[in-house]
Design a protein around this ligand. Structure first.
Ligand code: DX5
Ligand code: ZN
Length: 217
């Protein structure tokens, strides 16, 4: 399985955001995870299109845009235009998830679908082979720096088993509470796209990226 690190810039120092993105890029991260929050689907508000457009100038890495917004259909085109390479929306927030997937694909972007900790894996069954990536949230979405919820690790195992049984090679991304000390067990559970915010941007960023990648090899 092709393992990919996707540092979440939610935990970056925004006064030097471009510089920190370059740092994770040069240290070997392949994706940049960009969390967009609307203050409705999740309690907090983060950043949106202008920030994505601006940081698009500092790296060619894959922009892994995670949209935590109600009725995501409203903004797919804007995120594609701003520079997203992949757009992951929440199943719980979409009236017609398949229509959102189709919209993302029609713009030539990779589609991802995500579930919150309390949403069962079975809700994803209609979409397993319709998306390039499935994001299993391992904390309640909305904030960085929370602790990994162990039951969500079990959901990753359950999903990987279903995908394997059906011969589907969709990526499984894990987001929330991932650090060096639990990374191996998350990979063993079947995740192959790893998001980390505080695990990467707190302390020595380049060192953190290299340590993550060493375990992911
Ligand atoms: C939370 C976001 C995450 C967040 C993860 O809603 O989706 O991407 O940045 O942060 P850590 O890795 O600190 O838990
Ligand atoms: Zn995220």
């Amino acid at each position: 399985m092709n393992n990919i690190l996707s540092p979440s810039i939610l935990s970056a120092d925004f006064t030097i955001l471009g510089q920190q993105i370059k740092e994770v890029d040069e240290a070997g991260a392949r994706y940049i995870h960009i969390d967009v929050m609307d203050g409705m689907f999740v309690p907090s508000i983060s950043y949106g299109m202008p920030v994505i457009k601006s940081i698009r100038k500092v790296t060619d890495k894959f922009f892994d845009v995670h949209i935590m917004i109600m009725d995501p259909m409203r903004y797919i085109e804007d995120f594609a235009e701003a520079g997203a390479d992949g757009i992951t929306f929440h199943l719980e927030a979409a009236q017609d998830p398949q229509a959102v997937i189709d919209k993302i694909h029609s713009l030539g972007k990779k589609a991802g679908i995500s579930i919150k900790p309390k949403t069962p894996v079975k809700e994803l069954l209609p979409y397993l082979d319709k998306v390039e990536m499935i994001l299993i949230m391992t904390v309640e979405p909305g904030f960085g720096g929370q602790s990994f919820i162990p039951e969500c690790g079990e959901k990753v195992k359950e999903l990987r088993k279903i995908l394997d049984e059906r011969g589907i090679a969709t990526d499984i991304e894990v987001d929330g509470g991932v650090y060096l000390d639990n990374l191996k067990s998350i990979l063993d559970a079947g995740a192959n796209v790893i998001v980390s915010g505080s695990g990467i941007f707190k302390g020595d960023i380049a060192e953190n990226v290299k340590k993550f990648i060493a375990i992911m090899k």
